[in-house]
Write a protein that binds this ligand. Structure first.
Ligand SMILES: Nc1nc2c(ncn2[C@@H]2O[C@H](COP(=O)(O)OP(=O)(O)OP(=O)(O)O)[C@@H](O)[C@H]2O)c(=O)[nH]1
Ligand SMILES: [Mg+2]
Length: 271
């Protein structure tokens, strides 16, 4: 499964990933991790990799971890990130993408993954702030980390639950659960993995996964084409709606569709 892990800097995303990876490795499942634009060198993908390598005693072929800068993006997760996710998904049982997000990058990573997990920092804000930041809209699962801090984590979980009830999320059959975890102590990790599994099962059964992947593919192809050829290039083959039609017309990969439609645009431009 492909899981995006987002949340404010310092919420404990890397520590939580470390705990998730170790639990999955104990179950003999393989894991790939991509950390997009780690907000700090200290806690970035490199260190996460070191931590896991240290614990697993070196060469564990069942884990692959890579940090990636997404600075070349233009309104979307870098193509290299999508390529990495695609490749890792073919090779590993689970792929995680860690990205800092408090309302913006969620949208970008959401199109790349099947399940979006938001890691909340206890005391990081009241319901109103969560709602203002727009973070309640996209995630499928919420984990309030640092449950070892006690009351603060419990309060944050209650606020999130209240906010989710109030929020005007698109009517969906899946209601995002809020789980308390301590990445540091390893509590709640099994339950969180079960919840992630449950979301995926629900998404497959309801058809939401298929629709979500298709939307992610279309958005990605459109962004890549706009980045390469500009609005002039898009207009040359009939505009956005016409391109969307042509993306849907074939079931090729996102990269295949970019090549196919890029050639069409170049043809239309007489390049
Ligand atoms: N008490 C407590 N501290 C935690 C827990 N998880 C993480 N931390 C601490 O929180 C700090 C940030 O953890 P990271 O895992 O680096 O957070 P991050 O979200 O990956 O941060 P960035 O990648 O910089 O955005 C570190 O000092 C961790 O030790 C937890 O469950 N309990
Ligand atoms: Mg991190």
């Amino acid at each position: 499964m492909r899981i995006g892990v987002t949340g404010a800097p310092g919420a404990g995303k890397s520590t939580l990933l470390d705990a998730l990876v170790r639990t999955l490795r104990r179950r003999d499942q393989t894991v790939g991790v991509i950390a997009v634009d780690p907000s700090s060198q200290r806690t970035g993908g490199a260190l996460l990799g070191d931590r896991i390598r240290m614990r697993s005693g070196g060469g564990d072929d069942g884990v692959f971890i890579r940090s990636m800068a997404a600075r070349d993006r233009l309104g979307g997760v870098a193509e290299s990130t999508r390529a990495a996710v695609t490749i890792l998904a073919a090779a590993f049982d689970h792929v995680f993408v860690e990205t800092v997000g408090v309302g913006q990058s969620e949208g970008e990573v959401s199109g790349l993954v099947d399940t979006l997990l938001f890691v909340a920092n206890p005391g990081s804000g009241d319901t109103l702030q969560f709602m203002k930041a727009g973070i309640l809209e996209l995630p499928d699962v919420f984990a309030v980390n640092k449950a070892d801090t006690g009351a603060a984590a419990e309060r944050t979980a209650r606020e999130l639950e209240a906010g989710l009830r109030l929020g005007e999320r698109e009517a969906k059959s899946w209601e995002p659960p809020v789980r308390l975890v301590s990445a540091r102590d390893g509590t709640g990790i099994d339950a969180l993995l079960e919840t992630l599994d449950a979301h995926r099962a629900h998404a497959i059964e309801s058809g939401a996964l298929r629709a979500h992947r298709e939307e992610g593919r279309e958005r990605f192809v459109l962004q890549a084409l706009a980045q390469r050829y500009g609005s002039f290039g898009i207009a040359a083959v009939g505009g956005v709606d016409a391109i969307r039609e042509r993306i849907r017309a074939q079931r090729d990969s996102a990269f295949g569709a970019i090549a196919r439609l890029g050639a069409a645009i170049e043809g239309a431009l007489g390049a």
